[in-house]
Design a protein around this ligand. Structure first.
Ligand code: CIR
Length: 259
């Protein structure tokens, strides 16, 4: 059974961390309504929603993806690069303990889940303002027993690796070549985002469909042209908080239960 861990939008979302975006007013009621649509779409695509406990005092807590890297065998709790976000991790670990053994990235290593793009047994890890080489090395060491390969990738001009590139079908990446080099992804096909939509590379592949922001219609058209089933979701307010569609959930197969 597919589980999607999510968390309610904090009423303090407007005080979120920002790195590459100017601060704009955020309407929290609209953000919550958009988030409800997102959860409904995940349900319609076969996921059971498991909500982490609300964290009204943590502005970025809705972005649960950053708190963990989950593979079939283990969940690695992160040490987020923004110190303000470290308190988000424990409440996500509380849930993940039900499904996986847990390990943790420790300082001076830092790592955000948004910097980790998994393609089979390869984990591409963005070297960003949030994730450092020590964090990537710890992730490699923790996943060594299962033969995962961690591949550090340079990323510039955007927050996370998955702001620059995501998987949209088997062997096919959606990317913005201004943020990450295509050559880093040997042997994979790529689609570039529309020039007018530089932030459109963040797409969520789930159950053969791609959940995608409704405000990037041109890139959505490219995906559909490639035969991909695109499910548009509204996420205008999350975008103002420098988030996208991958960041608001952690997807995992519930079948694997820790001993
Ligand atoms: C932050 O800067 O940490 C949040 N405002 C946005 C995090 C988005 N997370 C993600 O893309 N995985």
């Amino acid at each position: 059974m597919l589980i999607a861990i999510t968390r309610a939008v904090s009423p303090a979302l407007a005080e979120c961390e920002l790195t590459h975006r100017e601060r704009e007013p955020i309407d929290v009621a609209i953000a919550a309504a958009e988030h409800a649509v997102y959860e409904a779409v995940l349900r319609s695509l076969g996921a059971a929603i498991v909500r982490a406990r609300e964290e009204p005092g943590l502005p970025d807590a809705v972005f649960v993806e950053d708190a963990a890297v989950v593979v079939d065998e283990i969940a690695v709790m992160t040490n987020p690069g923004a110190a303000t976000r470290r308190q988000e991790v424990e409440s996500v670990a509380e849930i993940l303990r039900t499904y996986r053994p847990i390990a943790t990235i420790e300082s001076p290593g830092t790592l955000d889940g948004g910097d980790v793009l998994r393609v089979g047994r390869r984990l591409y890890v963005g070297m960003s303002s949030r994730t450092n080489a020590e964090g990537a090395a710890q992730l490699q060491a923790l996943l060594d027993p299962w033969s995962y390969e961690v591949i550090p990738v340079a990323v510039t001009g955007c927050l996370h690796l998955k702001s620059a590139v995501t998987l949209v079908a088997e062997g096919l990446l959606l990317l913005n070549p201004a943020f990450v080099r295509r050559e880093c992804f040997d042997g994979m096909d790529t689609i570039a985002v529309a020039r007018s939509e530089p932030d459109a590379a963040n797409a969520l592949l789930i159950g053969g469909a791609v959940v995608f922001p409704a405000h990037f219609p041109e890139t959505a058209h490219y995906l559909e042209h490639a035969g991909i089933h695109v499910v548009p979701v509204p996420c205008t307010q999350i975008a103002k908080a420098e988030g996208g569609v991958t960041c608001c959930s952690l997807l995992l197969d519930a079948a694997r239960v820790s001993p």
